[in-house]
Design a protein around this ligand. Sequence first.
Ligand code: FAD
Length: 385
Amino acid sequence: MKPAYDVLVIGAGSVGVPAAWALAARGLKVCVLDGAAGPGQGQNKAAIGGIRATHSDAAKIWLCQESLDIFRSWTEKSGDQIGWRQGGYCFPCFSEKTEEHFRKLLAIQKTFGLGIDWIDAAAIGELVPGINRRRLRGGTFSPGDGSASPMMSCTAFYRHARRMGAEFRFGERVTGFVRAPGRIVAVRTDRGVVAAGEIILANGAGARDLGAELGLDIPVFSDSHEGGITEPVQRLFEPMLVDIRAVPGSKNYYFYQNDEGQIIFCISPDPLVVGKDTRATSSFLPLVARRMCSLLPRLAGIRVRRTWRGLYPMTPDGSPVVSAVRDFSNLKIAVGMCGQGFMLGPGTGMLLSRWIAGGQTERDRTILEKLTLYGDFSKGVEELK
Ligand SMILES: Cc1cc2nc3c(=O)[nH]c(=O)nc-3n(C[C@H](O)[C@H](O)[C@H](O)COP(=O)(O)OP(=O)(O)OC[C@H]3O[C@@H](n4cnc5c(N)ncnc54)[C@H](O)[C@@H]3O)c2cc1C
């Protein structure tokens, strides 16, 4: 079967769409298949839009540094509005133990050239006027990080991918594969068969099921998280605030004020809700609103417009799986983005384009070694995942 495309991407989400753009920009004939009716309709649209490079793991730091460069310069280069705002990330700290921990992490982050520092409680008070300073010891602040609209960004990447010649086939679900020894010849869909030279599996929370069709054990297990958004209000603060204190019923929660003045927020439930249930609950809003208003009392009275629930496609170690596959020479997987697929997407897309079209760097190879499917997933969980 003669391949109709150089590259077939399964999944038009946070990873698949920027990957299609990056690959098409290198002159490759790209096709993207998605069971949904348009781009970014999976978990991409559930993301609240936070983008940071300040992780604890080298692979994620490097991927997100490249993503940040793309988000930051997108409007200037392309003219599209994506809601980018460089407000930074602030992790306020309320205990000696957490301070010690953050300071240790800072030392590692600085070795990657990340612009992140410890600031005292007064400086946090200036960044976030009205913040409750009870027990506040200070915290980390990374002014280079920011946020953008996941829907506007995905749509912008989609338009540019199409302009570069990429073809998108929506409402077409991949159901299986046509195999030859050592490679995949084509994918089977609910509409037919599509052949391509290279296949990229970028189907997020569906990776485990589709991997099983190939006899692969891809360790992606979803858990569900809820988000919400308020009406727009005057600017109150700039950074994404991440409060990692755990209280009964929830772990960390994080929120920021977007480009249009709306407060966007989400929380990690405790215990985690494992599975693919995306029905919004009635318990989320009271839980998160109480915590947010206790940290920043000025938020009280702002009206919430809506809430939603989506999935984190999690891996056992909190890092994505971006990997070659031993049994199939032309299959690459880019899944398991956990709670950070929106920020990892463009950087991962660029890496995939260099891997397939040529120009792979030493750093790319190191990232792939770290994010391999064949790694030791029990080695410990990535901090601040
Ligand atoms: C409440 C909440 C807040 C979040 N906030 C952030 C944030 O601030 N920053 C951040 O970076 N991340 C955030 N995330 C995480 C982020 O949404 C995900 O990590 C990311 O969207 C995953 O990207 P993906 O491309 O792997 O999957 P998706 O974006 O879900 O894309 C996968 C696509 O594959 C398609 N698909 C699946 N199976 C098939 C099949 N068999 N055939 C064809 N198509 C298929 C789906 O329809 C989907 O469109 C948040 C998530 C939630 C739930």
